[in-house]
Design a protein. Structure first.
Length: 158
């Protein structure tokens, strides 16, 4: 089992999309790489905690590689936008790849370099080691599964 944390706007859509990929074993939404311990959703929304809405993903690398996961991730975000995706605006909606295994950095940088060829503007997606991850409140977990008509900036049919 391998792990990665991805941020790409509202965490509901990232979780819903990633959880449908064969080989993804578990997803949890939460708050990553901020300065406040155990923040609440309301605190994160103030923009003062430094956290990104993110999705923790554990996956079986025998079924799906990190490169495959990242290429799917790059296809559902606009990595050139600063602090926004879809209708979501704010520092908590920035894009990011937060890794736990230093050996993943080579694959991350490779996919980022390949993606950059598709854009005239620079990719601003953060690539950093995961410093912290706090699970979001239970009502956010599997939100779009529980609320099929809920807002999502990602085309979940793609």
């Amino acid at each position: 089992m391998r792990e990665i944390v991805l941020a790409g706007g509202c965490f509901w859509g990232i979780e819903a999309y990633m959880s449908r990929i064969k080989g993804v074993l578990n997803t949890k939404v939460g708050y990553a790489n901020g300065i406040k311990k155990n923040p609440t959703y309301e605190e994160v929304c103030t923009g003062t905690t430094g956290h990104a809405e993110a999705c923790y993903i554990s996956y079986d690398e025998n079924q799906v590689s990190l490169e495959e996961l990242l290429n799917k991730f790059w296809n559902i975000i606009d990595p050139t936008l600063i602090n926004r995706q879809g209708n979501d605006r704010g520092h908590q909606y920035r894009t990011g790849i937060f890794y736990m295994n230093p050996e993943d950095l080579e694959v991350i940088e490779k996919t980022k370099k390949e993606q950059q060829k598709k854009y005239d503007k620079s990719i601003v997606t953060e690539v950093e080691p995961l410093k912290c991850f706090y699970h979001a409140e239970e009502y956010h977990q599997k939100y779009l599964q529980k609320n099929p008509g809920g807002y999502c900036h990602i085309d979940l049919n793609s």
